[in-house]
Design a protein around this ligand. Structure first.
Ligand SMILES: *Cc1c(COP(=O)(O)O)cnc(C)c1O
Ligand code: SF4
Length: 399
């Protein structure tokens, strides 16, 4: 357990320190184009800003042909460059261990490629689809489930045929929910995104559009008032953000989330459970509290997929269950995400929960609560016939 004072430091909102870019004006810092142009994406740029451990240096040299390295100044500046175990650093700086593929690891761990009726569209569940609209992100997460296609340097290329996807959706009336993902859809220009959203919005059976994005965290500067004005034309539109550690939610991120919430966009958060990042109930509790303050409802906590080179970031399933155990009952129910694992090879999301049913037999269910106290809930048994008869007689006499 962390000391109570640690919770105080995890829950506070502070601006990205910008100390590594001392000569940059606020106007530049707050400009998403400046942020994108000044991303850290080479060993030289990285070593200019921080001292790497030998594991990281080897990681940068070995990782380049799998998933590119790229980190926005906004996200980079919250790295603790003095701490080799910094949880922010582990998410975006490659490590040597990435070069090892364990026997169980897969390039397409969720079996998405085999569920694509049209390139770029994953149709796994009956009524909803995942629409991959770009292969680029503002920064790259080392544990990315889609690293086989994301960033443009891997073996596989993401083929996107927008028109073919629109036509498939138009002729597939069971699809009522479209989730835009990638890559990061909010990296597209307002114009391109608006063209995609308008086209989807015009399909009568599509009731609901969602966007999955890490831009509010990696590049909050991109969440401009004009983007929010555009998005609000397509309600009901939800956004799923992706954040893993409370330090990621800086005051810039909070302001961006406020702009989205003020545009009437309901938001959920998806976290990935990562070793050395957030595999700790205190960190998770501070994260979900910060999200609630920002009007974001924690949605899913994902078990890390069996992505190639992820052994050093994956935790045993029991760790996730323990964390969920420490949340339910101990904090606001709205803050509790559903812990899920994406069934390897295409099983879809499978919920994982601590066991609250102790036993169930002879019509008696024995339960335990969050404090491990035992309660019994008897299943309903039929009302005895003589009671029903007596009730009938009473009613007759009333009449
Ligand atoms: C996660 C996912 C969805 C959305 O699932 P929800 O549980 O409704 O959020 C849809 N399609 C695919 C392929 C997914 O992986
Ligand atoms: S933002 Fe999402 S798609 Fe992009 S690298 Fe991270 S996990 Fe992958």
């Amino acid at each position: 357990m962390l000391k109570p004072s640690t919770y105080e430091s995890l829950i506070s909102f502070t601006p990205a320190p910008k100390h590594l870019w001392p000569n940059v004006s606020d106007a530049e810092w707050n400009d998403s184009k400046w942020q994108l142009k000044n991303r850290i994406n080479s060993l030289a740029a990285l070593e200019d800003k921080m001292h790497l451990t030998s594991e990281e240096r080897a990681g940068v040299l070995l990782a380049g042909n799998k998933l590119a390295m790229s980190v926005t100044p906004q996200f980079f500046s919250i790295i603790d460059t003095e701490n080799p175990h910094c949880p922010i650093r582990r998410q975006v700086i490659p490590r040597m261990e990435e070069a090892w593929t364990a026997p169980e690891e897969l390039s397409d761990p969720c079996g998405e490629d085999k569920h694509m009726p049209v390139p770029g569209l994953v149709h796994r569940y009956p009524d909803r689809v995942l629409f991959l609209v770009t292969d680029r992100c503002a920064s790259y997460c080392r544990y990315c489930t889609r690293s086989r296609v994301v960033s443009g340097v891997g073996d596989q290329h993401l083929e996107i045929q927008l028109e073919a996807v629109f036509q498939y959706l138009e002729r597939t009336p069971q699809v009522r929910d479209v989730l835009l993902s990638g890559g990061d859809p909010l990296l597209l220009s307002d114009e391109r995104l608006e063209r995609i959203l308008s086209r989807l919005h015009a399909i009568p059976h599509i009731q609901f559009i969602r966007i999955g994005s890490r831009i509010p965290i990696f590049l909050p500067q991109r969440i401009t008032p004009s983007l929010c004005e555009m998005l609000r034309k397509f309600h009901p539109l939800f956004i799923s953000i992706h954040t893993n550690h409370p330090h990621e939610i800086t005051t810039e991120v909070q302001a961006a989330l406020n702009r989205l919430a003020d545009a009437g966009i309901p938001m959920g958060n998806q976290s990935v459970l990562l070793k050395g990042v957030n595999d700790n109930p205190e960190v998770m509790r501070a994260l979900i509290h910060k999200l609630l303050i920002c009007r974001v409802r924690p949605y899913y906590l994902y078990q890390c997929d069996l992505i190639q080179g992820s052994t050093h970031l994956r935790t045993p399933l029991g760790r996730g269950i323990e964390i969920m155990e420490q949340l339910r009952g101990h904090t606001t129910g709205y803050g509790i995400p559903q812990y899920v694992i994406d069934g390897p090879n295409g099983g879809g999301k499978i919920p994982l929960n601590p066991e609250y049913i102790v036993s169930q037999q002879h019509g008696r269910v024995i339960l335990r609560n969050y404090k491990k106290e035992i309660y019994e809930y008897p299943d309903p048994s039929p009302i005895p016939p003589q009671v029903l008869e007596a009730l009938h007689e009473q009613t007759t006499s009333v009449i």
